[in-house]
Design a protein. Structure first.
Ligand code: GLU
Length: 362
């Protein structure tokens, strides 16, 4: 009888202890201080302004300063302690390799600060996919880095920038977003910076990843569905802190009747690699094969990519004998992403087999 009583009180004691532990966990979560998020502004339509609210496509990008963008979304204060910093004020089609380096070095420095939990970058939609992939390859941090953009200027009816900025800060402030690689948040979706691309240039639903989004933001809460399997951020062999300049890489567009003028000009200019944005499976017309072979003999890397929009997946040795020519198959990367990866890869190696390995892994 006594033993049973003892067992009963131990049981009650255990339950009480669990209850106290549980309630203290809940209290801790509710009282947890807000995350610190830095918003780096670079311009784009999200900082754009038009003459009238009916102007959704005719406006000037890169006009509104970061202080005003943050003021316009007071709800950010409930999500994070937000600080803004104006890095550039440009339309993103004007981005250069030097701009990429400046931005990436700033992101890297901030990511090392103990008082920064996440970073948001406001950006033009035109080249956000390039910047996001570059940061995904070169920034060594598990802290969330999120690029946001908008398709309509803030002055337009049904402008999308405020919600995209809010959602971006929600993701950057969330510990659930750590170690997922650099992300792009637009139109409620959280995309991987590795494979998201601008597919439509006139509607807020402009971005698509051939492999789907990583998750969604709904009413201030991130929901996750996938993980990126490719190497990124802390899993990457590239580190912006050790990159001084980016080798010149250009893209040649493939189409019926294309000739070798552009390839020759890029070789002449001193490019270290050419991305051939081929048709279909990265196909190269017979008349261009010797032109590209000559470029390769002169030390220029040749990467076969595809300009097919959704899923330009290039198979090695299929359309061309890449092994024989020492060319690289661009895997599933679109030409502009292949350009970024090749440029980054060339900071470490000029061996085409090693560059091919990098294409499979990143
Ligand atoms: N072309 C401009 C840019 O990329 C505006 C496009 C946009 O942001 O949607 O910055």
């Amino acid at each position: 009888m006594r033993l049973a009583q003892l067992r009963f009180s131990l049981h009650v004691f255990g339950l009480l202890a669990m209850l106290i532990a549980f309630s203290s966990t809940v209290t801790f979560a509710a009282d947890r201080p807000l995350s610190n998020v830095v918003v780096l502004a670079t311009g784009g339509t999200i900082a754009g302004a038009g003459a009238s609210s009916a102007n959704s496509a005719t406006y000037q990008a890169a006009k509104v300063p970061i202080s005003k963008l943050l003021e316009d979304v007071p709800q950010l204060g409930q999500v994070a302690n937000v600080k803004g910093e104006q890095v550039f004020q440009v339309a993103s089609e004007s981005f250069t390799n030097d701009d990429l380096m400046v931005l990436a070095k700033r992101v890297s420095a901030l990511s090392k600060q103990s008082d920064v939990d996440g970073i948001v970058i406001t950006h033009g939609t035109d080249t956000v996919e390039e910047t996001a992939y570059f940061l995904n390859l070169t920034i060594h941090t598990k802290k969330p880095i999120v690029l946001v953009a908008s398709m309509r200027p803030g002055t337009a009816m049904s402008a999308d920038g405020m919600l995209n900025l809010y959602d971006g800060v929600v993701v950057a402030a969330s510990s659930s977003a750590r170690d997922r690689g650099v992300m792009v948040v637009l139109n409620d979706n959280i995309y991987s910076g590795r494979d998201v691309s601008k597919m439509i240039n006139i509607s807020p639903n402009a971005f698509v990843s051939p492999w789907g989004s990583l998750g969604m933001v709904v009413e201030g809460k991130p929901y996750w569905f996938r993980l990126l399997d490719k190497r990124h951020t802390t899993h990457s062999e590239f580190d912006i802190d050790h990159i001084k300049t980016l080798p010149e890489v250009d893209i040649v567009y493939g189409y019926g009747n294309v000739d070798g003028t552009a390839i020759d000009a890029f070789v002449q200019k001193g490019d270290k690699a050419i991305i051939y944005a081929g048709t279909g499976n990265g196909a190269v017309p017979a008349r261009l094969v010797p032109v590209l072979q000559k470029a390769r003999e002169q030390g220029v890397q040749v990467v076969r990519s595809s300009h097919v929009n959704l899923g330009g997946f290039v198979v090695r040795n299929a359309e061309q004998p890449d092994d024989k020519y020492n060319w690289v198959a661009g895997h599933d990367l679109n030409p502009q992403k292949a350009k970024i990866l090749t440029s980054v890869a060339l900071t470490k190696t000029t061996n085409s087999r090693d560059i091919q390995r990098i294409f499979w892994e990143y």
